[in-house]
Design a protein around this ligand. Sequence first.
Ligand SMILES: Cc1ncc(COP(=O)(O)O)c(C=O)c1O
Length: 407
Amino acid sequence: MYFDTAAERRGTNSVKWDKSSIMSICSNPDAEPFWVADMDFLPEEHAKAAGLRIAEKGVYGYPVFRTLEESASHWLKVRHDWEVPAEDISYSMGLLHGVSTSISLFTAEDARILVPSPMYRPFREITENLGRTLVEHNLSYDSNTHTFSIDRKRFREDASTSDAILFCSPQNPSGIVFPEEELEFILRTAKEFSIPVISDEIHSDLTHASAKHVPMGKANEGIGADVITLFAPSKTFNIAGEHCSFIVFSDSAKKEAFRKHERAARLDEPSIMIGELTEAVYRNGIDYNRELCAYLEGTAEEMAKLLEKLDSPLHVVRGHASFVTFVDCSAIYEKAKAYVESHEDEFPGGEGGGILSRFFGVKASVCANDGTWFGPAWQDFVRFNYGTSRKNVLAALERMDKAAKSL
Ligand SMILES: Cc1ncc(COP(=O)(O)O)c(C=O)c1O
């Protein structure tokens, strides 16, 4: 099968496979990488063909793209059944650029930004670097079902003292897909307190067939909150190194302000490479997307089955989207901590990681992100990236299980 073959990424300037990055997270430069949210699969074939076409011609001059937003509009309709006219879609040079610029432009300097946690760490960095106050809202974790959910009462309380909500749907790191009624609750809450919702949906195209992702902007149609929905082809088609994303603003004044800002900053035009790749995949990539989602869902099921068969102390959080998931290691955290702290010489470096990432790096040769990267409350977890061949994923989990049981 196409996805059973992982691309050889050593020697390609891949941060995921960079030994010093791996070392800093898990104290072992030779550990196999299951960390940063970047897949090892070969890219969608039309993306590859577009890249080759450009390279063969050797023409890298100034491009112009007249139909990029139309292609994005086509994709939203085909993948999410959301009809958005091309003129309402704005290009942004990467998703985080869109998040950061939206916070700068549409919140006051002393704004409080509510972010559900565990959170993708750049949300914290962007909020704090812009001088805003982070309102870290811990999601509720059920240790029996291994799922996260929103405690509506607490969420409403936090929203009542916030100036914007920064949301991630589906969620990174857990892969949780939020039901539509949960999104509607968030939208109604935002409307009640007159605050915007910025919704990062970079993982949405990778929602597995057993779940349904509803774009925030679509859920908002009968509600009328102020919503900024961001999406991108980068994770979906494995072209993340070429930054490109799109934004749908429910408020046309915000759309105009964003475009004006981008023109002034000279950031309103994509490069030749990402423009051509994006058009190719948004027009032709639906079959690849369906096959990839099925492969990822199959891997997630096999991971859960394997840990059950092994009667493992580790548990996978069963999100239904993307290729990242949290692994609940609470049953062994204290023992792992005692081990790491009493054998410091076995765990050199590791300044970018924590107890569990270093433990599994050295004892299982698996490099996964430490849970604390996603917020201080999540020390019992690691985030595991299963976007590579299933064989490698299951072998890595077996090694983690063995290391956990050795304590
Ligand atoms: C939730 C989320 N948002 C944004 C990004 C990065 O997007 P970009 O590279 O387009 O800025 C990532 C990458 O891991 C992500 O997981």
